[in-house]
Design a protein around this ligand. Sequence first.
Ligand SMILES: Nc1ncnc2c1ncn2[C@@H]1O[C@H](COP(=O)(O)OP(=O)(O)O)[C@@H](O)[C@H]1O
Ligand SMILES: [Mg+2]
Length: 276
Amino acid sequence: MTSVRAPATAAPRRADVPAIVEAGIRGVSMQVQDLALGFGSATVLSGLDLEVRRGEITALIGPTGSGKTTFLRSLNRMNDKVAKHWHRGDVLLNGASIYAPGAQLMALRRRVGMVFQRPNPFPMSIAANILAGVKAHRIAGKEHYRDIVEARLREVGLWDAVSNRLNSSPFSLSGGQQQLLCLARALAIGPEVLLLDEPTSSLDPVTTENIEAMARSLVPALTVVIVTHNLGQARRISDRTVFFYQGKMVECAETAQLFEDPREPETARYVTGRMG
Ligand SMILES: Nc1ncnc2c1ncn2[C@@H]1O[C@H](COP(=O)(O)OP(=O)(O)O)[C@@H](O)[C@H]1O
Ligand SMILES: [Mg+2]
């Protein structure tokens, strides 16, 4: 082949549109390029390619040990501090490598926030939890703290339950309330991308439903990547689903397609419950 012609439908590229804006126009928030990752001699993930679409919810499913958490953590470089961690390939955020030399971890974690499987409130008051990131990143002045605390707690539906004990320890809250607090804390720094690692696995059905509704309400303003072992949850809330198996992405598709008409036999076995 000697010449490549742009498809007739391609939008004309304006010379004054920088690449970063163009990435936004295309609707890709994060791009994973031939990523491999491991610890010491163990290779945990290999050959991963993925486009995380902006303003959508992407669900990561797969059996325990298939690498979902490790992958999620690679999206904001949480594996960096794990002993003997290594990676090959790249992860781009808005077209720029998050692993580039000189990339600022603090700035990255402000843009790509995370909520973990187990609620992990900080050992400080409820209000101070909400403000921890706001202070660390100097997002607002003291005079705004009260309003930020109230707005963020209202956003996750916790305000009525905690408004009279903002200076108390968060450890007196129920597990579900603690997780909502962690979600509010993550949202308070205004991330572009929110990573959720099985955020409802230890919660009751009502709180689970709240968190699912919340996740839906965050898009399209935010981009959400959620790990879940709850297939019903992936179907209910995600736009696209990725199936992980043995450290590889077997299949990535529109959620309805992946569940109803999977391309790969391993995906079919998993989504029909014939594989753990
Ligand atoms: N720090 C580590 N050192 C060595 N192996 C690890 C480390 N962290 C995770 N693994 C391995 O990576 C694999 C994937 O784990 P994980 O990402 O937690 O899977 P999942 O979230 O899908 O259950 C597992 O086999 C696990 O033992
Ligand atoms: Mg996991």
